[in-house]
Write a protein of this length. Structure first.
Ligand code: NAD
Length: 353
C-alpha cells in the first residue's frame, strides 16, 4: 500500500564509472573554479599528490591532515591553508574522514566540494557533519555540507584492504537497513535501500574471494552510493544511536562497530518492523538478524564488541548513555533490553529474530 509521503531529491551531481577520476579537471572548470585544494589523510597523501598533478594548474595545494571524527583543530589548520592558497573549491580524496574535513571547510566557507570516495562509508552524499572538540562529538545538518559533485571511480577502491572493504560495506548496509523502517521513508528511499543491500550482499563475498574483481568493486561502490543516499534522505534509529554512543564514549572503531552491531540491532527491530524489513530478510535466507550474522561471519567481519577492548562494565554505561535522550525506534527502547542487546553483541552470539 502506498501511504502519504514527502520526497526531496538530492541536488548533488553523481559521476560514476571506471576511470571517471579523469573527469575531475572538467568538473572543476565547469563549476567555474580555478583553484582546488586537494584533501586526504596522511595515509593517502601520495594518492592526493598524484591527483593534484593530474589536474595541473587547477590544483592550488594538498592538505593531507584529515583524521577520523573531524576534530575542529584539524579543520582550523586546513582553513589556514584554504585562505593562504586562495582556494575556491575543495577536492576530498578518501573515506568518511577526508569527506568530513571537506564538509567542515564547506560549512564554514560554502566553497564548492568535489568528493572522490575510496571507501563505502557513504558520507559523500549526506548533508551531515560530525565534528569533535574537547572530546565531544556533535552533529550538524546543513545544505552547505552536502557535497555538490561526487566522482565514484571504482578503480580507486581496489586498494581498500579486504577487511576494510567488509566493515565499510556493512557500515553502508546499516544506513539502508535503518532507512527501510525510517518514519520519514518514501518509495524512492525504500527502492534505493533494497537495491543497496542487494548490491552489497552480492559483491562483498566476491571481493573477499578476489579483491581485484572489477565487477564486484563496481557493484559495491554503486551500493555505497545507494546506501549513503538513504542515510542523507531519511532519519536513522537505534542502530546508529548505539554506534554513535560506542564510538563517541568508548572510542571503538567506526566501521567495525557498525559491522558488529548490525545483525543485533536488526534482530532487535525484526518483529516491530517485519513488513518493512521483509525485502531485506529475503536477501539473507529469510532471517534478518541471524541471516545478517551468518553473512557477516562468512565474509570475515569482526563478530564481537569484546574484540575492541570493551569491558562488561562499559556495557552498563553504554546502555545508560544510549537511552539518555529519547528518540524514535520501531520497537520501544528501555535500558534493560539495550543492555541485553549489547551483551549479545559483546559475546558475539548469533541473534534470534
Ligand atoms: P576513513 O575515511 O577514516 O578511512 C580509514 C583509513 O583507510 C584512512 O587511513 C584512509 O586513508 C584509509 N583508506 C581509505 N580508502 C582507502 C583505500 N581505497 N585504500 C587504502 N586505504 C584507504 O574511514 P571511513 O569508514 O570511510 O570513514 C569513517 C568516518 O566517516 C567516521 O568519522 C564517520 O563518523 C564518518 N562518516 C560520516 C558520515 C556522514 O554522513 N556524516 C557517514 C559515514 C561515515
Amino acid at each position: 500500500m502506498i501511504d502519504a509521503f514527502s520526497y526531496a531529491g538530492s541536488p548533488a551531481q553523481i559521476i560514476f564509472g571506471r576511470g571517471s577520476k579523469s573527469k575531475l579537471a572538467e568538473c572543476i572548470t565547469n563549476a567555474g573554479c580555478k583553484r582546488a585544494l586537494v584533501l586526504s589523510t596522511p595515509h593517502q597523501r601520495a594518492d592526493a599528490e598524484a591527483l593534484a598533478r593530474d589536474i595541473g594548474p587547477l590544483a592550488c595545494g594538498v592538505f593531507a591532515g584529515a583524521v577520523m571524527h573531524t576534530p575542529v583543530d584539524v579543520t582550523e589548520a586546513a582553513m589556514k591553508i584554504v585562505v593562504d592558497t586562495k582556494a575556491d573549491c575543495v577536492v576530498a580524496l578518501g573515506g568518511g574522514s577526508t569527506t568530513g574535513l571537506g564538509k567542515a571547510i564547506a560549512y564554514r566557507t560554502d566553497l564548492l566540494q568535489i568528493v572522490v570516495p575510496t571507501t563505502y562509508a557513504g558520507s559523500e552524499v549526506t548533508p551531515i557533519l560530525g565534528q569533535t572538540e574537547g572530546g565531544r562529538k556533535t552533529t550538524v545538518r546543513d545544505a552547505r555540507i552536502l557535497p555538490e559533485i561526487v566522482i565514484y571511480d571504482p578503480a580507486l577502491t581496489h586498494g581498500l584492504p579486504v577487511s576494510m572493504s567488509v566493515t565499510s560495506g556493512l557500515n553502508a548496509m546499516a544506513h539502508a537497513l535503518e532507512g527501510l523502517y525510517a518514519r520519514d521513508r518514501n518509495p524512492v528511499s525504500t527502492l534505493m535501500a533494497i537495491e543497496g543491500l542487494r548490491a552489497f550482499s552480492s559483491s562483498l563475498p566476491k571481493i573477499v574471494a578476489a579483491p581485484d574483481n572489477a565487477d564486484a568493486r563496481n557493484e559495491a561502490l554503486y551500493g555505497a552510493w545507494l546506501c549513503g543516499t538513504v542515510l542523507g534522505a531519511v532519519g536513522m534509529a537505534l542502530h546508529h544511536k548505539i554506534c554513535h554512543t560506542l564510538g563517541g564514549s568508548f572510542d571503538t572503531p567506526h566501521a567495525e562497530t557498525h559491522a558488529v552491531m548490525l545483525p543485533h540491532t536488526a534482530a532487535f527491530n525484526a518483529k516491530a518492523a517485519e513488513a518493512e524489513l521483509a525485502p531485506a530478510a529475503k536477501l539473507f535466507a529469510g532471517s534478518i538478524g541471524g541471516g545478517l550474522w551468518d553473512f557477516a561471519k562468512s565474509i570475515g567481519a569482526p563478530m564481537s564488541l569484546k574484540e575492541f577492548g570493551l569491558s562488561e562494565a562499559d556495557l552498563d554505561r553504554a546502555a545508560s548513555i544510549a537511552v539518555e535522550n529519547p528518540y524514535w525506534n520501531p520497537r520501544p527502547i528501555d535500558r534493560d533490553s539495550i543492555r541485553a542487546l549489547l551483551q549479545e553483541a559483546w559475546d558475539g552470539r548469533r541473534p534470534a529474530d
